[in-house]
Write a protein that binds this ligand. Structure first.
Ligand SMILES: *Cc1c(COP(=O)(O)O)cnc(C)c1O
Length: 376
């Protein structure tokens, strides 16, 4: 049996090696390493794939969030609502810009923020909401958009984990996660569902004016060469990464299907075990399974992780400590509620299993057997 990995990027490369190698060689031969035809082609294909008006590539997913907040003109002291149960980047850029992160709890089933959890956290100072589409499925966006409209707030979707997920509105219309709010962001970090061979990121918007600002801020606030309209940053996707991503974009739906197959296998295997809660699907979003995350009894979780490691089954804890408990956020955060019972619980109970699209049946059976034997 091949060694099991959380996500097997080497095997993924081997399967499309010729195409990737050709694309890389083309990019180098062209002599254009920043912007240019490779970046433009990827941008256009991504716009088509997501059915969004504007994709603005940048250097990574953290930059994408920061640029979005700068482009929407958020000012020091403005409050931005974020989930406490997410990767640090979401809240970090809020702090970096002198904005105030207002933390809210998440839904116990989907791990995502909901309009009901967000509304009590809104104050006079609130300017934006940043829902995170955690682990591969969209937050319930329709009520969140309605709430944003009611209070006149921006919505910036952190879609680093759910690229390709589709959200269905009550009227039956369907939109890509990340393309519903005023702006959306993603990351092309290698282990993300659409991963580069280095860093990369992008922003999305259907609004021409916001898209113009996103592009401006990502490029030194420069509207034409050497004329700077606002303070910006330098955040670019390079041509090599764009060439690689453009090849992998063609396979993104296949990769998602592979992940969904693995998820279905795990679901069936653990269905009869009362010690294990398998992932709950948001009823109006597809799930692209960036992570396959179980909830197990709190006292058993770390033991299970160690037991799996002994059997060479990798697993990960996303995330072990709520953001509001991190030293970095203690002094700058406004807690919306005195406690965050769901996040506190999840930090003790979640464990993510290998979810490579190319994991084989033998490896899957081995992972399942390892988990089952721990609880036997
Ligand atoms: C990965 C990730 C980011 C940051 O992306 P980078 O490209 O690593 O900067 C932001 N938010 C979430 C939810 C992520 O998972």
């Amino acid at each position: 049996m091949r060694p099991i990995q959380m996500v097997d990027l080497k095997a993924q490369y081997q399967a499309i090696k010729t195409e990737i190698d050709t694309a890389i060689q083309d990019a180098i031969t062209s002599g254009i390493f920043i912007n240019g035809p490779k970046v433009n082609a990827f941008k256009a294909n991504m716009e088509k794939y997501l059915d969004v008006k504007h994709v603005i590539p940048c250097a990574n997913g953290t930059d994408a969030l920061q640029i979005a907040m700068m482009a929407l003109d958020l000012k020091p002291g403005d409050e931005v609502i974020v989930p406490t149960f997410t990767y640090v980047a979401t809240a970090e850029v809020i702090g970096l810009l002198g904005l105030v992160p207002v933390m809210v709890d998440v839904d116990k089933d989907t791990f995502n923020v909901t309009a009901e959890l967000i509304e009590p956290a809104i104050s006079e100072k609130t300017k934006a909401i940043v829902p995170v589409h955690l682990f591969g499925q969209s937050a319930d966006m329709e009520p969140i958009m309605a709430l944003a409209k009611k209070y006149n707030l921006y919505v910036i979707e952190d879609n680093a984990q759910a690229i390709g997920a589709k959200y269905t509105f009550s009227d039956g219309s369907v939109q890509s996660a990340g393309c519903i709010g005023d702006a959306g962001t993603t990351s092309f970090y290698p282990a993300k569902n659409l991963g580069a061979y280095g860093d990369g990121g992008a922003m999305f918007s259907n609004d021409d004016e916001i898209a113009r600002k996103l592009k401006l801020v990502a490029n030194h606030g420069q509207s034409r060469r050497y004329y700077h309209d606002c303070i910006g940053v330098n955040s670019r996707l390079d041509a090599l990464q764009a060439a690689i991503l453009d090849v992998k974009l063609k396979y993104l739906d296949d990769y998602a299907a592979g992940r969904q197959k693995v998820a279905a296998y795990y679901d069936a295997a653990f269905a009869d075990m009362d010690m294990i809660q398998t992932p709950v699907r948001q009823h109006n979003s597809t799930h692209v399974f960036h992570q396959y995350t179980l909830q197990v009894p709190a006292g058993k979780r770390d033991e299970l992780k160690a037991y799996l490691a002994e059997k060479s089954v990798p697993s990960m804890i996303y995330y072990p400590l709520p953001l509001y408990e991190q030293d970095a956020f203690k002094d700058i955060t406004r807690a919306a509620t005195p406690s965050f019972p769901v996040t506190e619980q999840l930090c003790k109970t979640v464990i993510s299993l290998p979810i490579s699209p190319n994991i084989d049946e033998e490896q899957l059976a081995y992972v399942v057997e390892a988990v089952k034997s721990f609880f036997a």
